[in-house]
Write a protein that binds this ligand. Structure first.
Ligand SMILES: [Zn+2]
Length: 415
């Protein structure tokens, strides 16, 4: 199984927007852009919402059938590890092996020795086509990089073999993800990580590094865009060089775990893809849930009532909701409206405050981030929330499709 050059991760927390998401990809196809969908959902999301990996497969299959999608599509066991992978194996065909927790943890001495020996040929000056800087690699560098990342790669190997044993090695796509770590990986680190991945015989088709800058959930990129662009281009160069050096899958590409909506780096990404001809996997998971809330608000009536209640309760459970996401959100509580204020809002005011339109004076990133992590509130509403999604399907579907197509796909993949 070989993933296509361009793919987009369309997570969907409440599993009701599969068709609306696929509609955006069909729209791209009509514009001449071949893009394949990957429905992704992490174990954390499944457990908070009370769904199972098989539900995501059912959603994807149903959407594909309903819209008569003939190209490939994938179901991603997102951010899994050895403890959580089992229930994902049967329904998934894309596995995001999350080994970020092992970065910096001590690896086996012999493994480290082997790693250094295998990479000795790169000592001294290393020039990678597409990377301007002359790199000088010392044995100390190898030791440091190995000590930092080798255990993580070994763990990825364990998960890969566990999946391959049950599913067959060629029946899924493998991604190695290190994005949920504190420090970005440099292009040189990435090169030796890929060396270790190849030595571990993991046929990685996508790799998700942690890029420079902050990737807060659901809001724009915070960081040095020029530095990001430089590193992103260097990462592509490193991948191309590594494919040849280490015999990794020829379609190996970067996976950007965007946390959604990193609009200010979309142009640099687009330029890099154009210039280099590289492929990409773009995960934009959480935005669909926000579009559901926007759709409910626009629908008015019970929809708007639910949208307001989600905010009210999210505010009341601020610490509990924000805790697990502490490293990927940045909310200034002083800039959050009170629930009494929100209670007076009409549909338009609510939608404009939440929608990620940087030109709109009502847009409030603090409000948006709190709703983003507030999906547990909707999950606790149970049937009431799901019934509203079904009742207002048409309005919501429109906001979901428009968001994925206009704000994401168009900005990266369409000229
Ligand atoms: Zn991620």
């Amino acid at each position: 199984m070989k993933i296509e050059k361009y793919s987009i991760g369309t997570g969907d927390r409440f599993a009701h927007q599969g068709k609306a998401q696929l509609a955006a990809i069909i729209k791209a196809k009509q514009q001449g852009c071949s893009l394949v969908p990957v429905w992704n959902k992490s174990n954390r999301e499944h457990s908070i919402i009370g769904t199972k990996p098989a539900d995501l497969r059912a959603e994807a299959d149903a959407a594909v059938k309903a819209l008569d999608w003939k190209d490939s599509y994938y179901v991603d066991a997102d951010h899994i590890n050895l403890n959580t992978v089992d229930s994902f194996i049967e329904p998934s065909n894309f596995f995001t092996l999350d080994v970020a927790d092992y970065i910096g943890q001590k690896c086996d001495e012999n493994d480290l020795k082997n790693f250094i020996a295998q990479n000795k040929k790169f000592l001294g000056t290393l020039s990678i086509p597409g990377v301007d800087a002359k790199l000088n690699i010392t044995e100390k560098d190898l030791e440091q990089i190995g000590s930092k990342f080798l255990l993580a790669v070994k763990k990825a190997g364990e998960i890969f073999r566990h999946v391959a044993e049950k599913k067959g090695a060629d029946n899924s796509v493998t991604e190695v993800s290190m994005d949920e770590s504190n420090q970005p990986q440099t292009p040189v680190e990435m090169f030796f990580i890929l060396s270790a991945i190849a030595a571990e015989k993991i046929p990685a088709q996508t790799i998700a590094p942690k890029f420079t800058g902050r990737f807060n959930k659901g809001v724009d990129y915070v960081g040095d865009v020029a530095q990001f662009e430089k590193e992103f281009n260097e990462d592509i160069a490193v991948i191309n060089f590594s494919i040849k050096q280490f015999g990794l899958p020829a379609n190996l590409k970067l996976s950007v775990h965007s946390g959604s909506d990193k609009f200010s780096i979309y142009q640099p990404i687009k330029r890099a893809l154009k210039k280099t001809g590289a492929g990409i996997h773009l995960k934009t998971a959480g935005t669909t849930w926000l579009e559901e809330v926007i759709g409910l608000a626009i629908a008015g009536g019970e929809g708007l009532t639910i949208a307001k209640e989600v905010y009210k309760q999210a505010l009341e459970h601020f610490d509990e909701l924000c805790g697990p996401y502490a490293t990927v959100i940045d909310i200034n509580p002083a800039k959050l409206p009170t629930s009494d204020e929100v209670a007076k809002w009409d549909s338009e005011k609510y939608a404009k405050t939440l929608r990620h339109d940087l030109d709109c004076p009502d847009y409030n990133p603090n409000f948006r981030q709190l709703i983003h992590v507030g999906y547990k509130i909707a999950a606790n509403m149970g049937a009431r929330y799901i019934n509203a999604l079904e009742k207002f399907e048409t309005t919501i579907a429109q906001t979901v499709t428009e968001n994925i197509y206009d704000r994401h796909i168009k900005r990266i993949f369409i000229d």
